[in-house]
Design a binder for this molecule. Sequence first.
Ligand code: CTP
Ligand code: CA
Length: 228
Amino acid sequence: QFNVQADQPLKGKTILVTAGATREQIDPVRYLSNPSTGKMGYAVAEAATKKGAHVILITAPTNLTPPQFAEVVNVTSTKEMYDQVMENLNKAHIVVKTAAVSDYRPSTKFSSKLKKDDVNDDYQLSLVKNPDILKEVGKNKDGQIVVGFAAETDDILKNAKKKMKNKNTDMLIVNDISAKNAGFETDVNTVKILFLSGEIKELPTMSKTRLGDIIVDEIENCIYSDRP
Ligand code: CTP
Ligand code: CA
């Protein structure tokens, strides 16, 4: 028995979206991060609210305005993002992991500014691995549709397929970040979408706003794939 309103097909569904670049503090004035702007994740969040979903947007710092009706959870580090994702996971029907997280963090967070004259000229920063949020979500999912992203420069599809399997996702959106018009710091993106069935959709270059709509359409197809 399906009772889905045509214009609000995701009404009653909660979608957890992570976005932005996490920051790993080295000392009070320095951090490790990456150039992700958060645009892709915010576009997915916006597209999902338009379709009637309740959006929990777990976001690292960005310069963007969140969608009006989203429930926004602000985080900074990967560890904080991990904690918030795990805390909200059981409320979600869909998880989209757009955030560009740091794979490593400094093993020590200095509480005072590191002074350059106090360390050697070949000072080595020691790092430890962060939790893999998507992998943990994949491991602990309980009926949720899980959508991952991947950034690759070489052997794109081979690496992407491996990632999808390893992280137990239902869909994986792959960016070839060696290509023009893809990935970080642009308003457009060129991706391939991998599905659990083995199907691969190659999309043309398009705005992140448009791509957000398409990703949410694909999620909707996935949810209602058994719709008569
Ligand atoms: N991801 C995550 N937690 C991490 C690292 C990655 O949740 N600690 C998620 C990203 O949000 C993305 C997906 O995993 O949805 C793939 O990220 P990517 O950096 O492409 O892959 P990694 O598994 O980190 O492997 P590598 O960077 O070595 O390619
Ligand atoms: Ca990574």
